[in-house]
Design a binder for this molecule. Structure first.
Ligand SMILES: Cc1ncc(COP(=O)(O)O)c(C=O)c1O
Length: 472
């Protein structure tokens, strides 16, 4: 441990903080940039992480509210994970998956299948979530081609969805702004309503809203034709769309319609898998559904290595093996498919989850939700919602109309700026703040986190009042 700390100190001295900021502005393109600052932007420079905390270049220690990007599930600076990566790299740093294989990827596939619902039995590894969704969709296309149904390729997705940044996965995205300036394979995708109970039509009950969503799904299948629709892709809880927890029973009913119409149900668990909702997978254990495919990434390695994958149903694979086209090739594979270092660290990460982190998450999640919920006392807050260790504070200009737009759209960023001052990193999303801390967070740390968030929102309310933008 001491040796690791010394090494970090040397590296920091070599690349000074100021230099890193300047270099970034000159040479680095950040993700999701605006045209006006693309390639000329520096973001908060983070030097260290430890447990639920990260430290910025000024030495300020912050609670890592979003756990990186929903991924640092077992926390920062886990020596067990670092050691496994070192040992695996020294034993075998890489092997071509085209002609060879390695043991960690096979062992991990077995353990993942053991946690997956239904007959999900086999894993195809990717480099992250977008490539996992892309793989699931390309597999659906291949499957239908081999089965002699080349017309059955359309994909159902929903408003509020986020499924990635590759061409096809991004075409499924349904969040506001994401696609304003971006192209997509729109001819392949049909968008349905977000299952967002907060935004259900005024006066509509939860049950009626669920019926509306299910009817819309069924009617769309009937109108377009089941023979044209290959897959439905949905997050169990829409994460980047603002932690949208669907109404009770909705996912099960959608699953049934998919089964009845031979539409493959792809459950995008890139965020919800590997502990975020207290289980390795949420589809079966939380929502009682058995999808045809589950996509995962992020928490599979707690963000220590870029790895993702798709778990595929035994039934689908068996149908392919028995088809009349034994020579048809699934022309899809990535250089880093089944990466030995990624799979080795994922195995150790899974040990940590099974040996206590999942149980801890189940224990603290109700407290996390209850404490966050107290923020609804603040007049700027329209709703606090969440599940497991995912939470979202949605701000509105006016609780009756639930209008987020009369406010400066960057209210989330304003709250984040105040919280940064106070020692908390927040994930701002237009008028929302998303919280998904490392799963090892304690009750006391939850109190700290919510206390800072409360103060950050209060300061934002003061600012908005002073600017005359809001009169709450
Ligand atoms: C549900 C979901 N699917 C897919 C992705 C894309 O994953 P990645 O950024 O690893 O490509 C994300 C990323 O946040 C996600 O939240």
């Amino acid at each position: 441990m001491a040796a690791a700390r010394d090494l970090r100190a040397t590296e920091t001295a070599d690349i000074g903080d100021v230099d890193a900021v300047e270099l970034a502005k000159r040479h680095l393109i950040q993700p999701w940039p605006f045209a006006g600052s693309v390639g000329a932007e520096a973001r908060a420079l983070i030097g260290e992480g430890d447990g639920i905390y990260i430290t910025d270049s000024t030495g300020k220690r912050l609670i890592d509210g979003p756990a990186g990007m929903w991924c640092v599930n077992v926390g920062h600076r886990r020596e067990e994970l670092a050691k496994v990566m070192y040992d695996q790299a020294m034993a075998l740093s890489y092997n071509t998956p085209w002609y060879t294989m390695n043991a960690p990827s096979a062992e991990l596939a077995k353990r993942i299948a053991g946690h997956a619902p239904g007959d999900l039995s086999h894993v195809f590894y990717t480099t992250g979530g977008s490539s996992a969704v892309e793989t699931a969709l390309r597999f659906m296309q291949f499957y239908n081609n081999v089965r002699g149904r080349p017309e059955k390729k359309l994909i159902l997705s929903r408003g509020g969805a986020y499924h990635g940044s590759t061409y096809l996965s991004a075409s499924l995205n349904g969040r506001p702004r994401d696609r304003d300036w971006m192209d997509g394979a729109d001819e392949l995708v049909i968008k349905l309503s977000s299952p967002d109970p907060f935004r259900r039509p005024h006066g509509m009950s939860f049950a009626a809203f669920t019926d509306f969503l299910v009817d819309q799904f069924r009617d769309t299948v009937a109108r377009v034709g089941a023979d044209k629709i290959g897959a439905f892709v949905g997050e169990p809880v829409q994460a980047s769309g603002g932690v949208i927890v669907p109404p009770d029973g909705y996912l099960k009913r959608i699953r049934e319609i998919c089964r009845d119409n031979d539409i493959l149900y792809v459950s995008d668990e890139v965020v919800t898998a590997f502990g975020r909702l207290g289980h390795v997978f949420a589809s079966g254990d939380v929502f009682g559904i058995d999808p045809d495919m589950i996509t995962f990434a992020k928490g599979v390695t707690s963000g220590y290595f870029p790895l993702g994958g798709v778990i595929i149903s035994e039934r689908l694979l068996e149908e392919l093996r028995r088809s009349n086209h034994p020579d048809a090739m699934f022309g899809h594979g990535l250089t880093y498919t089944s990466h030995p270092v990624g799979c080795a660290v994922a195995l150790k990460n899974l040990d940590l989850l099974e040996e206590g982190v999942l149980a801890h998450t189940q224990d603290v999640a109700p407290y996390f939700q209850a404490q966050l919920k107290t923020l609804e006392e603040l007049p700027l807050v329209g709703e606090v919602r969440g599940l497991g260790l995912m939470g979202c504070v949605e701000c509105v200009a006016d609780r009756e109309s639930k209008d987020p737009l009369q406010l400066d759209k960057d209210v989330g960023k304003r709250i984040d700026a105040h919280c940064h001052e106070l020692g908390l990193l927040v994930r701002p999303l237009i008028n929302m703040c998303v919280m998904s801390p490392p799963l090892i967070i304690t009750r006391e740390q939850i109190d700290d986190m919510v206390g800072i968030l409360r103060e950050g929102i209060s300061r934002t309310m003061d600012d908005l009042r002073k600017e005359g933008v809001w009169r709450g």
